[in-house]
Each structure stands twice: as C-alpha cells, then as structure tokens.
Design a protein around this ligand. Structure first.
Ligand code: BGC
Length: 542
C-alpha cells in the first residue's frame, strides 16, 4: 500500500473513529439523559411514598386534628364547622322540592318529587348551566342575578301543574360547595373561595341572603330554606338510602368530608347546642395539614405559586392540593416539565409543558387508563392537547408511571382521611367489637362518596378502596364505601342491555328499581344531582 493510500486509509479510520466516537458519545449522552428522566421519576416516587405505616400516621393526625378543631375555634386547620343539621332523611320524605347546586364551573337547578315510600323518587328534572370565567371572577351581584334568572326560567318551565298554589312562596335547598361559616340552617358567611372562583365582594357575605335578594329582584317567590355544603348533601343522600351512613366524602374538583358527631363532643359550641343528639360537622378537610403527608418539591412549588403566598395561608388547602381533581393533572405537568428540561425524552416540549394547568386531570386520567399496548391514547393526548409529538413508547410508559404515582398517592391519602374519621367516631375497629370488629356482632358503617375522581376514575377508586382495607387490617371489616352515582350508571348499562351489567345490583338497589321505570333520557341525569333536595327535606320544618 502506497503512502497516499495509507494516508487515505488512516484518514478514513480517523474519521470513522471520530464518527463512531461522536455516535458513542451521543448514545452515552442520550442514555444519560434517559437515565436522568428515570432518576427524576424514581426520586418523585420515593418522595410520594405512602407506606401503610405512614398512612396510619396520617390517620392518627387526622383524628387528633378533628379533636382539636372541635375543642376550639381556630384550634386546628380543620374548620370542623357546625351545620345545624341534626336529622337526616330516611326515605319517608314526600312532596315536590326545588334546589340549586353551586360548586364548580357549572351550577344545577333541580326539581324532584318524593313518593314518601321507602326511598322512592317519582320524578326529577335537572338543568345544568355553565358559569363563565367572567362570572367566576366578577361581582357577587352578577353571579347571583344570573343564578336567580336561570332558576326563574326553570321554575316557570317545570311548574306545570305540580304546584297547586302558585302564589305561595316556595322553599329552596341551596347546595353551596365552598367554605362557609354557617349561622343557621339557612344562612352562612362565605369564608373564602376555592376551585378557581374569586369574587372578592362576596367573601364575608351571607350567600343565602345574596341569593334571596337576587330572587326577590327577579320576581321569583322563593327563599333559601336550607344552605348546605355538598358533603352534607351527599351524607343526606347516603342516609336516605342506607341509615347506617355516618360520613360523606367528596373527591372531585375539590375535596371535603362531613360526618355525624355527638353534640357533646363539639366542645367549642357547648353553650349553643342544647340537645344531646348528633349533629353533622363539615370538616373542610381540604385544609388538613400534617408533617406526615408525603410532600414533594412539586407540591411545594405548586403552593408557592398559588395566590396566597404568606406563610399562614401557604399550606392552606394542602390536603386538597394533593388529592383533588383541580390539582392532580397540574402536579403531573410539573414533573413532566422538569423531565423535559433535564432530559430529551419529550422533544421540544419545555415551552408547551410550562403553561400552568394545561394538563387537566381528566386528560391525565385518560392517559393513566390507556390500556392499549402501544399507548396510543397517551400519544394522541400529547399531540392534540399539549402539541407534543414524537414521544417514544418508553417515554410514554414513563409518563404513565408519573400519573400512577400521583393518583395512587392521592387515593391512599384520601383513604387515610376516611379511616381518620372512622377512628375519631370509634368505628375503625381499634376499640373492639362495638366499633366494627368482625368477631362478635359488627356494627355496619357506611361512608357515602361522591365526586368525579372517585366515581369516574376507576384506578383512583380501586387504589382508595384497597388502601382503606389495608390500613384497617385483616381483622376489621372495611366500611361499605358507597357512591350514590354508581347505581345510576349501572342502570344506564342495564337499559342499554350491556352484557357487563351486574344484575344483582339492579335488583338489589332500591334506586335502580325506580330508575328502571324511567325513560332512558332522564337517566342521563346523574343521581348525585338529587342531593340538595334531600337535604331540604330533612332540614326544614314541615
Ligand atoms: C370546598 C368544600 C367542598 C369541596 C368539594 C372544596 O374546595 O372548600 O366546601 O365541599 O371543595 O366540592
């Protein structure tokens, strides 16, 4: 071989080596970047861990805070508010009622007829009305005027002969799902807004009075007879179907719980509470905080960037931010954003992932529950909603794992909250037979659960149910976790003659029997819309 040839060969070799080196370097870097993404997920998973030991600490902390909140006003982050509700419906209620449900980006007006015979509902009519962003952040007058005029149109339309004496003032049940300092069963001051509402001039005002004034202005002859939180409505509905229902939990856009407490345990209001029976206490558990909650840097940054930055308010809604639908997608987005910044697994996605709340929880749930082998739905959501394309299958798998970590933690913490309530009222099995042990005669305990996360997100529901049983341990029969909405879903399946319909549920659930007689159209109305009426029934003098 001549010198020139040698030189050429050597040159080629050098170039080949250089290219190979570049390629190796590229692969090593890309492996490192992938490794970085995996490491971030692992760190997040460790920081989010909810071992059963930790969950039991959360249970204890919840029970302790409940005691503290009942002992003195401001004694705990849990508000433990009085509701003035000391009896619940039991299925014997009769007549036609109106209600209004305001708690998220929609409000609902409802009319319902109770038969008076064993939890039988004769008819129910519902109108759902979206609330615009402008109304959610405008003035109280604008919001309540809009609600009153929608209600008026509904009443005029639906009042076809049901109302025998049209000039008599009608009572209205008002489910208002924001923190309120209740003054009586039909009045209460708004403490603060949650879930994206921010109508400054309504804070500190009696929301029932605001609605009464707006109804008067529109010429609607109605008054608020019962002002209740959505948890209280759910407890009422649960009790209507099953008198062993002792607590209710909402896990939707926001989260909260209420339960039946002995009045002598509500120490802070001893002067006020004369009778010695029970009273429903609205916990506002979204505010719960404990150092045992597994808090990650993503939760901290979410808190830091929330509008209330001062230290006192910083951790407010800490539990809600780890659990509820308003925030789960946002936590996932924050993790993905960091992964995009520190690795290349989401090509050119840093900017798209940096928009707060761009990944809403329903999208996150859809990605989490994508059962296709190539995670097609994940790819579609990334492209359609986040404008991120070209994400590899292994990166999509990693993304699903992030969704799983966030959802699992949320569901398990909610489960710990529920067991915390059971512990406070002596139904967790720790006090022996009387409190729910399987040996001897157990007392039935039913907890009613509502809200989109529990009802509509099956992995969330499974994680929650599983964790309740895990925390209570094998010796204790877990409480019956009951969603009033589920029978309605079952019956819809039944009417569509889906083979998967569990017939026993249709046959055994009284409400299923009722629904069976109704038209398919009305079945689209979900059962939980009924709850405010139930409350009205139970709380107004007949
Ligand atoms: C509100 C509660 C409500 C819960 C569920 C929370 O943001 O503070 O009053 O019960 O959401 O809707």
């Amino acid at each position: 071989m001549g010198g020139a040839g040698l030189g050429l060969a050597a040159g080629c070799a050098v170039a080949t080596c250089a290219i190979a080196a570049v390629m190796v370097g590229h692969r090593v870097r890309s492996r490192r970047r992938w490794g970085r993404a995996v490491a971030l997920v692992r760190e997040f998973e460790e920081a989010s861990a909810t071992s059963v030991g930790r969950l039991r600490q959360v249970v204890d902390a919840m029970a302790v805070e409940m005691h503290a909140g009942l002992a003195s006003e401001g004694g705990s982050k849990l508000r433990m508010s009085l509701t003035f509700i000391d009896n619940l419906p039991d299925g014997s209620e009769e007549g036609t009622y109106y209600a209004l449900d305001l708690g998220g980006t929609n409000f609902r007006v409802l009319q319902i007829q109770f038969s008076g015979k064993g939890s039988m509902i004769l008819t129910h009519r519902v109108q759902r009305q979206p609330i615009s962003q402008e109304l959610m952040t405008g003035t109280r007058e604008e919001l309540f005027n809009f609600i009153a005029s929608t209600l008026k149109q509904f009443v005029q339309r639906e009042d076809d002969g049901i109302d025998q004496i049209p000039d008599v003032r009608k009572d209205l049940g008002f489910t208002f799902s924001f923190p309120v300092r209740q003054l009586s069963v039909s009045s209460g001051l708004l403490i603060k807004w949650t879930k994206g509402f921010s109508i400054k001039d309504a804070v500190g005002k009696d929301v029932a009075q605001c609605l009464n004034e707006a109804m008067l202005k529109t010429g609607l002859n109605m008054r608020v007879a019962a002002l209740v939180n959505d948890t209280v409505g759910t407890l009422a509905l649960g009790h209507y179907y099953d008198v062993d229902t002792v607590a209710a939990v909402i896990i939707g856009t926001g989260t909260n719980a209420c339960y039946l407490e002995r009045t002598d345990a509500i120490i802070k209001y001893q002067g006020l509470l004369m009778n010695s029976g029970d009273m429903v206490v609205n916990m506002e558990w979204g505010n719960f905080w404990s150092s045992h909650l597994p808090r990650t840097p993503y939760d901290i940054s979410l808190d830091d960037e929330s509008p209330n930055r001062n230290e006192q308010a910083r951790l407010s809604s800490g539990f809600e931010k780890m659990i509820s639908g308003m925030y789960l997608g946002e936590i996932v987005r924050r993790v993905l954003q960091r992964m995009a910044e520190e690795s290349d697994i989401f090509p050119d996605a840093v900017q798209n992932l940096s928009v707060p709340f761009v990944l809403r929880t329903p999208l996150m749930a859809a990605m989490h529950e994508d059962g296709s082998p190539d995670l097609r739905e994940v790819g579609r959501i990334l492209e359609d909603h986040l404008k991120i394309s070209g994400v590899s299958l292994k990166a999509r798998r990693l993304l699903v794992r992030v969704c799983d970590i966030v959802t699992r933690r949320a569901a398990r913490l909610a489960a710990a909250g529920i067991v915390g309530i059971l512990k406070k009222i002596g139904r967790d099995g720790s006090a022996g037979v009387a409190s729910g042990r399987t040996k001897g005669k157990p007392r039935r305990t039913v907890v009613a659960i509502e809200g989109g996360l529990y009802v509509g997100y099956s992995m969330f529901r499974e994680y929650l149910n599983e964790a309740v049983a895990e925390i209570l341990g094998e010796e204790v029969a877990p409480p019956c976790l009951f969603s009033a909405l589920l029978p309605a879903i079952v019956i819809q399946h039944y009417l569509k003659q889906m083979p998967s319909c569990p017939d026993y549920l249709v046959q055994n659930h009284p409400h299923c029997q009722v629904l069976k007689q109704q038209a398919v159209d009305s079945l689209k109305i979900k059962l939980f819309h009924i709850k405010p009426f139930l409350f009205l029934v139970s709380s107004t003098p007949k």
